[in-house]
Write a protein that binds this ligand. Structure first.
Ligand code: V47
Length: 383
């Protein structure tokens, strides 16, 4: 049965002044930039959430996806000076700077030899002193140790940095990483595309055009990618909507090309990343509220009509908001994770890891049906 708005939700939506937007959502029509901004300014969060939940249930019913994965951040040495980042250290030898040896990185995979995982997620700092072969060797060593694992790794920021540093183009970098074992790319580094905010947040890493071009190239080469938005720091609400619209436009383009040539790819998942305010140069700002997180998830579900999944990454949202988000547009909560550094160095109080059964319990308690997926959303098991 096609999901419908309840009469209670319809009344609340009408009272919130969202009837025109609701008509478009019910008819499956695309929302404009101005409508996205209106959703952010509507005080009635429940009404916005009801609309997002309708779209979520049309796309996924009661299913909530999760996976079993492991995060590796092989180095936190990073030339970039993003003001929101608590993870990076400017140079080797700085307090708590580290770079894993091959043995250390692969040792983390080998330690899990008897544990069932399907994915390794790799994101690194922009290390000025490593050869490109460090990354290809890392991928080869991981694949040699665990050929069954899907490697999702290297943000557009890293791809852009390697292209400049090692004298290659984006296609050359992606192909070389892929030949070494890379299977797909995460969505990090997008931050906020709007130039006013981007200049303040991350003045010296890939610009918006470059970030989008890396993903365009990956899609052309048939590699699926994710996309993100860092919200709740210094950006304006209009800039959040602008960010979503720019992603939607690239996704339109990638999907149109994929329709002509099925070997091409597109975005799978959008992950709104809630700003964490400890141990970084934006520590003076308050952390975004749970209310803001739920609204941002809901608006992204409504604006990004062409991206299949909205992920509420439990590590950065906390388990309670991640649960609630499953009724506000999100249909995925990410995975077991195991040893996350980027958010914990920025003050996240969530555990380092959730077991499969904890993820299943969390999703069931939110009234949804947990389904374990692999990175490409093939069903691994119904829980
Ligand atoms: O690019 C860094 C963000 C991202 C902070 O694709 C911060 O499946 C908030 O992209 N407060 C990396 N955000 C994480 C990421 C990710 C995570 C999980 C899954 C996937 C996926 C991607 O974290 C960075 C940056 O945008 N970030 N510092 C901070 N203080």
């Amino acid at each position: 049965m096609t999901p419908q708005l309840s009469s209670v939700a319809r009344t609340s939506i009408q009272r919130a002044g969202l009837s025109l937007i609701a008509d478009k959502v019910v008819a499956g029509e695309r929302l404009s930039m101005d409508e996205g901004v209106q959703l952010f300014h509507t005080p009635n969060l429940a009404a916005v959430g009801a609309l997002a939940n309708l779209v979520r249930e049309r796309k996924h019913g009661d299913i909530s996806w999760f996976n079993r994965n492991l995060h590796i951040n092989a180095t936190n040495v990073c030339e970039a000076s993003c003001v929101f980042c608590s993870f990076a250290r400017l140079e080797e030898g700085a307090p708590s700077a580290y770079t894993m040896s091959m043995e250390q990185a692969v040792g983390r995979i080998e330690a899990l030899r008897d544990a069932f995982i399907t994915e390794v997620h790799i994101v690194n700092g922009l290390h000025p002193g490593l050869p490109f072969s460090y990354y290809t060797d890392l991928l080869r060593a991981i694949k040699a140790a665990r050929p069954d694992l899907h490697i999702k790794g290297f943000t557009a920021v890293e791809i852009h940095y390697y292209a400049h540093k090692y004298g290659m183009d984006y296609e050359g970098v992606i192909q070389a990483l892929r030949q070494a074992g890379l299977d797909s790319m995460p969505g990090g580094g997008a931050e906020i595309f709007h130039e006013r905010a981007r200049k303040k947040l991350c003045p010296d890493k890939v610009d918006t055009q470059g970030w989008l071009e890396v993903h365009r190239t990956a899609h052309r080469l048939g590699m699926r990618t994710n996309c993100t938005m860092l919200f709740g720091s210094i950006e304006r609400l209009e800039e959040r909507v602008d960010h979503m619209v720019r992603l939607r436009e690239l996704q339109d383009e990638s999907l149109a090309l994929q329709a002509q040539d099925p070997s091409r790819a597109a975005f799978q998942t959008f992950i709104p990343l809630k700003f964490h305010n400890e141990n970084n140069r934006l520590a003076r700002l308050s952390a975004p509220t749970g209310h803001d997180a739920l609204r941002t998830i809901a608006v992204s579900r409504l604006m990004l009509d062409n991206i299949p999944h909205i992920k509420s990454y439990w590590v950065m949202l906390g388990q309670e908001i991640a649960q609630l988000s499953l009724s506000f547009g999100a249909s995925d909560i990410d995975g077991t994770v195991r040893e996350e550094r980027i958010y914990h160095m920025a003050g996240a109080k969530t555990p380092q890891e959730l077991t499969r059964s904890q993820l299943v319990t969390l999703i069931r308690a939110a009234g949804r049906i947990p389904v374990e997926r692999d990175t490409l959303y093939n069903v691994v098991a119904e829980a």
